[in-house]
Design a protein around this ligand. Structure first.
Ligand code: ADP
Ligand code: ASP
Ligand code: MG
Length: 416
């Protein structure tokens, strides 16, 4: 009998009626002969509420301090509730089930509280329960450090819990159930003409996720790619007796017959742009700036430097996550004399819009299409960054939706 992992996100377990619907989907897979491990998120909105409480208790003032284990004690609690409720629901349907918290599995993580990474999942206890015919309902998002403290995997982390469990128990597939019936060419909430992709490669999904498409957490895709776990994205919003559709299969590039040049458009509003004016233009300046930021664990995303024509000074722009912006400014200000820049400015009204596709490796003209489509709509590009399979631009946040729709049309994604 094959083992299967089914993961249900916040909107899929938002109330008892939806939890019962999840129960029916799980029951159908058990009837089909699978040994099922279920991973659940907290009810929709619950984690935001818990995070707000920790902010109120002083967490926000410090930024996310990795040593703060109490943040995790609070925010992990939402998943405990849904795991218990689903296990109860399954029992009431006459099925054998029990809940598992992160420490009970155990899902062992490092000590980076608030964004912990999974180090190990000893599979023996789970496998024994599954093979004895019991449904394992596992609280997603949470783990335990080696010294016994509760940890969490970063926002959206239940996806990563699910893929890690699938790898640990040798599941044939990891089904991620959510409120959309698959991965779309762009966020269907922004562009109604977005199309569902039947298949997407791990590489493209990884870029889509890390560039803002929150349908899967980035780390879950990284892990699926590394461990070769087949992932499917499906909708849990099906009527009783109705089967979830085909969804989207995330798989190796070689398994996708029809290669597209561009597969999707993603956006992120979680960026802030920092500009340093009047930087001395000599070796070592960038090294100094980015070492200081790295020492403080601030992740830098896009970077652009430009040199004035007549003087020996340059300006530099870079982006960081919004939550890190104030801290990043503090850090560079503290080193102003040493770095030697004249002034610093921060702009939070920016968004990053990206186009992604493995076909870019072998096709010219992708950038031209992107820049032309944005120019036609009067959208100014502030920063550009590229990799082998994506192009990202930073723009005024007010134009995010306009830009996403323009690019979606420019690459013909509404006609797939
Ligand atoms: P869950 O609570 O199930 O984990 P999320 O809210 O984390 O669900 O992710 C699902 C949401 O991701 C969808 O409602 C959709 O708005 C958004 N999304 C963004 N980009 C995409 C995309 N390319 N395809 C599908 N959904 C996307
Ligand atoms: N409940 C957590 C969050 O909202 C984890 C998840 O939903 O995946 O971030
Ligand atoms: Mg999610």
């Amino acid at each position: 009998m094959s083992r299967l992992v089914m993961k249900f996100g916040g909107t899929s377990v938002a109330d008892l009626e939806r939890i019962r619907r999840v129960g029916r989907l799980v029951a159908a897979e058990v009837e089909a002969g699978h040994r099922v491990a279920v991973v659940v998120s907290a009810m929709a909105g619950k984690t935001n509420e818990l995070v707000a409480w920790t902010d109120g208790a002083g967490q926000a003032a410090q930024g996310l301090d990795p040593s703060d284990d109490e943040y995790d004690t609070v925010v992990a609690s939402g998943e405990q509730v849904t795991a218990g409720l689903l296990a109860m629901t399954l029992r009431n349907m006459g099925l054998r089930a029990r809940s598992w918290l992160g420490w009970q599995v155990p899902i062992i993580t490092d000590e980076a509280h608030g964004r912990a990474r999974i180090d190990d999942i000893p599979p023996e206890k789970l496998v024994a329960a599954l093979d004895a015919g019991e449904i394992a309902v596992i609280a997603g998002f949470q783990g335990v450090t080696r010294d016994g403290r509760i940890s969490t995997l970063g926002r959206g982390g239940s996806d990563t819990s699910a893929v890690a469990i699938a790898a640990a128990v040798g599941a044939s597939c990891c089904d991620i159930y959510t409120d959309v019936d698959g991965v779309y060419t762009t966020d269907p909430r922004i562009e109604q003409r977005a199309r569902r992709l039947a298949k997407i490669s791990y590489e493209e999904m990884l870029e889509m996720a890390s560039l803002g498409a929150k349908v899967l957490q980035t780390r879950s895709v990284e892990l699926a790619m590394a461990q070769r776990v087949p992932v499917r994205v499906l909708s849990s919003f099906v009527e009783p007796g109705e089967a979830p559709g085909q969804g989207t299969i995330v798989c190796d590039e070689e398994e996708i017959m029809e290669k597209r040049i561009v597969s999707g458009v993603a956006y992120s509003r979680d960026e802030a742009k920092i500009t340093l004016f009047g930087l001395p233009d000599h070796p070592g300046v960038s090294a100094l700036i980015f070492s200081r930021l790295a020492d403080a664990n601030v992740n830098v995303d896009m970077i652009v430097q430009s040199r004035a024509r007549t003087t020996d000074v340059a300006n530099m722009e870079f982006t960081v996550g919004k939550r890190d912006a104030a801290r990043a400014v503090e850090i560079v200000r503290a080193a102003q004399a040493e770095i030697g820049f004249e002034d610093v400015a921060v702009d939070e009204d920016v968004a990053k819009v990206s186009v992604i596709g493995v076909g870019m490796r072998s096709h010219a003209g992708v950038a031209k299409t992107m820049f032309t489509a944005l120019a036609d709509k009067g959208v100014n590009i502030q920063v550009i960054s590229t990799s082998e399979i994506k192009i990202s631009v930073l723009i005024d946040a007010a134009y995010t939706e306009l830009a996403v729709r323009a690019l979606h049309a420019a690459y013909g994604l509404d006609q797939l």
